[in-house]
Ligand binder design. Structure first.
Ligand code: RNT
Ligand code: ZN
Length: 424
């Protein structure tokens, strides 16, 4: 593949683009710096099809399922870390890495999920420190024999207690990660509990979930080490009729407990957008965790792209200066394409969305709005869409010493040949 652009032509195009933005009162240099500075938590599970290291058969369960069998899946910590390091060399800007408990490294010993300790993540934590990539975390309530029916909302007290212990263990590990990296590890609770067909009792499971969460979250950790979040869902495969942890459930819960609410862009009705929820939720909850994904028909986890929905979400975050209250993470998994490319596409698209939002002459829009000149607001919005954005993006890539344009593709192909295809 040809080299897309050389540094000189990127610089030339950028100088012209910069002048176009300056004409609307926007400083493109500043926007680039700000865009590079926003941490994006990259989901580790894209590289291994959400399988984890427990030797599960591949079915993720709980309604989440990676389809496809493109070669090169990461099978252990060393492969996953190598893939992440390589992908990070293609992705500009600050990154974090998001793990699940089932990525524990137990040196061949079987450790029950309710007995996991920070030491089982020592390889992750030393990698994190060395590479300066902070870690985020999630208890894993799926791909497990005790997760077949229900977890934290189970009517069986033994099963419920097992998962409560598991969630406590996860918070302890997240706390250790936060201490190790010097900033809070975001620990997100998502459970798959629900039912395929209409339940007769919708209340009792929710009551049990609430009580279980209370028990888990009443253990206090230093806010400098862990940020707790809870994630809702509309439906999943096998939980079409009822999901215990619905949006209303967690909206109420996070507001009452003053913890963060996780909004996953794939977890709502197709015509709803997260962009409109951010400002409403932030009036009631301390902060948000956003899982950037792409819902497509029944699936909530396609690779994120530079869609209108993603752009609108970024605009909402940037326009309202919400960055200090929002953690931004990715949540997708596609096993039918090169997984490193999936990471690169999704993460670069999100960074593009943030950059575009930072380049928006928002002041002109609000001025038009506040004086009732709505035709002008609409005209400006349309105009801003076609400002020379790609020239600024290429400059951002150049500054971050990551490939501009499609130059990263050749490197992915090379890595596929020399590393991924050798994993048999
Ligand atoms: C599932 C949730 C959850 C998971 C990951 C693996 O629907 O979105 O966030 O995708 O934790
Ligand atoms: Zn999610």
């Amino acid at each position: 593949m040809n080299t897309y652009q050389n540094p000189e032509s990127i610089e030339r195009a950028y100088e012209l683009a910069k002048a176009s933005y300056a004409a609307f009162g926007v400083n493109a240099d500043k926007a680039i710096r700000a865009a590079l500075d926003i941490p994006i938590s990259v989901n580790c599970w894209q590289a291994d099809d959400v399988k984890g290291f427990e030797g599960s058969d591949g079915l993720s369960g709980g309604g989440i399922l990676a389809t496809g069998n493109y070669p090169g899946r990461a099978r252990n910590g060393d492969e996953l870390r190598a893939d992440a390091e390589f992908a990070f060399s293609l992705i500009p800007g600050k990154k974090r890495f998001n793990l699940h408990t089932f990525y524990a490294e137990t040196k061949g010993k079987k450790v029950s999920r309710d007995e996991l300790e920070p030491e089982h993540f020592s390889a992750w934590m030393s990698w994190s420190k060395k590479k300066k990539i902070p870690l985020d975390f999630n208890p894993s309530f799926f791909s497990h024999p005790l997760a077949e029916n229900a977890t934290l909302s189970s009517a069986d007290p033994e099963i419920r207690k097992f998962w409560i212990r598991h969630a406590k263990a996860a918070r302890k590990i997240a706390g250790a990660m936060g201490l190790n990296q010097g900033n809070p590890s975001v620990n997100n609770i998502w459970i798959p509990d629900g039912s395929k067909d209409m339940p007769a009792d919708r209340f009792s499971p929710r009551q049990r979930l609430k009580d279980a969460l209370d028990e888990i979250l009443d253990i206090k950790y230093d806010a400098k080490t862990i940020t707790d979040a809870v994630e809702s869902k509309l439906f999943g495969i096998g939980s079409e009729a009822y999901v215990v942890g619905s949006h209303e459930f967690y909206m109420g819960y996070s507001a009452e407990k003053k913890i963060n609410l996780c909004l996953d862009t794939g977890h709502f009705h197709p015509t709803e957008t997260i962009a409109d929820k951010v400002s409403a939720c932030l009036l009631y909850v301390p902060g948000l965790l956003i899982h950037v994904s792409r819902g497509l028909r029944w699936d909530s986890d396609h690779v994120a792209i530079f869609s209108d929905e993603l752009r609108l979400l970024c605009q909402e975050i940037i326009r309202q200066k919400f960055l200090n209250r929002i953690d931004i993470a990715l949540d997708f998994f596609d096993a039918s394409i090169n997984r490193i490319a999936a990471w690169t596409i999704g993460t670069r698209s999100l960074r593009k969305g943030l950059l575009e939002a930072l380049l928006e002459p928002t002041k002109l829009l609000t001025e038009a709005e506040n004086s009732g000149r709505f035709h002008e607001r609409l005209a400006l919005m349309e105009e801003f869409k076609t400002l020379p954005f790609s020239a600024v993006w290429d400059k951002l890539c150049l500054l971050a010493e990551t490939p501009a344009g499609t130059d990263w593709l050749a490197r992915v192909n090379e890595y596929e040949k020399s590393v991924l295809l050798k994993r048999k």
